[in-house]
Design a protein around this ligand. Structure first.
Ligand code: SF4
Length: 374
């Protein structure tokens, strides 16, 4: 028997759910039986190489399976081992990641591959504490790798699993307020005899049956024991955080041309959002400023040069996790001054043919496409 308990943050009420051992055994049996018939055939499930599994786990953190598969295959062709990744230049690594977003994941994969060379002679560690000490690997990623690669009984709790478990026990609060009991539940349910298959099955259940909208409860192996289903509240769970509207930034962006028909690009500082990626220079509009005034000012501040702001090229709306941006992009002409990397790590003049060699964030790729069509 396991008992999950939580005192709500308001202090107003305790929440408690108990699951008898017989129910836990039944959850394991029914889920594994379902998985043997319905498990997804995914490329990283074809072998037990911890490096390949680690790459897949990191790519899948904020990205859907169908998007990840071609990236995963190209990545392993380009960096087939921990050694090849560790020896690669960060710019190559970011270029291979281009378009997947959340670039800290790529920087951490690269850094952690070097940590594995230094600390573990290039062999992926098998102890949980060693795996957790690597850059970019948290508890659920460590559980995903250790269970899939080494069949170790280490639990997982990613977004899909949180949703399934929150529904299973009809969690009366957002999962972020119940992290401890949800981990306890995931650990208690995990089948110690078949941890690899159990964790994969749990992920597949969340991805294919217990989906965010319209869960297919009538095809779910846990239907008869699921509290949310029995209360007919599955579509209202998990409970959401009350969220405030995300801020919006209006940005002026310059495509600066010189006499040789080259364009000026700069590399963002290594740390921070989109760190190490290249971009077209620009910045945020100040109150009362026009886009043209903003671009002129930003380019003077960031690069120390004078430009003429020309015609509008494209306007792009892009949403990041915590804010939205509108990029107002203009063609510009370099007038005077030698560009300096005042707020970036590096600057280059490149032709439109050369530009593909550099890793750019998604929104900037749209600018490049617009330049090619212009
Ligand atoms: S019965 Fe429905 S809500 Fe419950 S775990 Fe299965 S799919 Fe999710």
């Amino acid at each position: 028997m396991i008992v999950l308990q939580l005192q709500q943050q308001s202090g107003s009420a305790d929440w408690e759910v108990s699951l008898p051992s017989s129910a836990i055994l039944e959850f394991r049996r029914s889920l594994l039986a379902w998985y043997s018939q319905n498990g997804r055939d995914l490329p990283w499930r074809h072998h037990a190489d911890p490096y390949a599994i680690w790459v897949s786990e990191i790519m899948l953190q904020q990205t859907q399976v169908k998007t990840v598969i071609p990236y995963y295959q190209r990545w392993l062709a380009q960096f087939p081992t921990i050694e090849t990744l560790a020896a690669a230049d960060l710019q190559q690594v970011l270029k291979a990641w281009q378009g997947l977003g959340y670039y800290a994941r790529a920087r951490n994969l690269h850094k952690a591959s070097q940590e594995i060379i230094q600390r573990h002679n290039g062999i992926f560690p098998t102890h949980l504490s060693d795996v957790l000490a690597l850059s970019g690997i948290g508890r659920t990623t460590a559980g995903g790798i250790l269970s899939a690669a080494f069949n170790q009984p280490v639990a997982i709790l990613d977004g899909n699993v949180k949703r399934v478990l929150a529904r299973l026990v009809a969690l009366p609060m957002p999962p972020t307020k119940a992290t401890k009991p949800l981990w306890q539940l995931s650990e208690s349910l995990l089948d110690p005899e078949q941890p690899r298959d159990f964790n994969q099955a749990l992920m597949d259940l969340g991805a294919t049956i217990c989906t965010p909208h319209n869960p297919a409860c009538n095809r779910c192996p846990w239907m008869s024991h699921c509290r949310a289903y029995n209360l007919n509240i599955q579509s209202t769970l998990p409970m959401r955080e009350t969220s405030s509207p995300i801020p919006h930034k209006n940005i002026g962006v310059a495509v600066i041309w010189n006499e040789q028909k080259e364009i000026l690009i700069d590399r963002r500082p290594q740390n921070g959002l989109l760190g190490g990626l290249w971009e077209f220079p620009g910045g945020k509009l100040e109150p009362g400023e026009t886009v043209e005034e903003c671009i002129k000012r930003e380019i003077q501040e960031e690069l120390g040069i004078e430009i003429e702001v020309g015609k509008h090229l494209i306007t792009i709306d892009h949403t990041y996790t915590h804010f939205r941006v509108t990029l107002n992009v203009h063609h510009c002409r370099h007038l005077t001054g030698i560009p300096q990397p005042i707020e970036s790590d590096e600057i280059r003049w490149v032709t439109l043919d050369e530009i593909d060699q550099f890793p750019f964030p998604k929104a900037n790729i749209q600018i490049i496409d617009a330049l090619r069509q212009a």
